[in-house]
Ligand binder design. Structure first.
Ligand code: MD6
Ligand code: FE
Length: 216
């Protein structure tokens, strides 16, 4: 247990970033083993692959998904799809209950009760990989939040405004942190700065981010 992530009471520290966004420090550390085992199952079934941006360039992160809908990017654009093109349009692996339950509990802790994701996008970053400023706007229903789980190497999260040119605040995201956002912040631009070199004691030289969504 990393005591410095917790208040003296032992309670995980919930940090409100804005009206609709809450950073739940260390929220996923309890039950970490089951969570990582579930993640390994998903990755073994549907391996990470590098998708192409609509412009035709490979993304610097490698991606897979679980749940009824998976997220895709290619020259046709971004979308959610029930079949995995890498595996002959086979269904994406089911979302492990331990992951769905964690996402639901995080959403509730952040003020979004009843969250029931139908998609979990999994991104793997090696040192140097990044995520440029973007909006998450491929989902059908913006009344539902997005719940993100960070594992492995630390990242700097950029939290911008509703216009790409708005100034962005920066927050570190550490192993076990969860970020929940929705409401008035649902369409804010955000991104991840290039991951710094390092080796995480549990995850090795990588960062894995899971984002849970109601996509369909
Ligand atoms: C990442 N996250 O943390 C990328 N999107 O690697 C996202 O793009 C993201 O963390 C929407 C909500 C939370 C997120
Ligand atoms: Fe995003």
């Amino acid at each position: 247990m990393q005591a410095d992530l917790f208040e003296p009471s032992g309670a995980p520290w919930h940090e409100r970033l804005s009206a609709g966004a809450v950073l739940l420090h260390g929220f996923a550390l309890e039950g970490e083993e089951a969570l990582l085992a579930a993640l390994r199952t998903v990755i073994a079934a549907a391996p990470f692959r590098k998708m192409l941006t609509p412009g035709g360039r490979p993304m610097s992160v490698a991606t897979t998904s679980c749940g009824p809908l998976g997220w895709l990017s290619d020259r046709q654009g971004y979308r959610y799809q029930a079949g995995d093109p890498l595996r002959g349009q086979a269904p994406w692996p089911p979302m492990p209950p331990v992951l769905a339950d964690l996402a639901q509990r995080a959403a509730a802790a952040a003020g979004y009760p009843g969250f029931s994701p139908d998609s979990c996008l999994i991104n793997r970053y090696v040192p140097g990989a990044k995520m440029s400023l973007h909006q998450d706007k491929d989902e059908q229903d913006f009344s539902q939040p997005i719940v993100s789980l960070s594992l492995g190497l630390p990242a700097i999260f950029q939290f911008g405004g509703l216009a790409r040119s708005d100034p962005a605040q920066r927050y570190p995201l550490l192993h076990g942190d969860m970020l929940v956002w929705g409401g008035v912040d649902r369409l804010r631009f955000h991104g991840i700065l290039p991951i710094r070199e390092g080796v995480h004691p549990r995850m090795g030289p990588q960062r894995i981010n899971l984002t849970f969504r109601v996509a369909g």
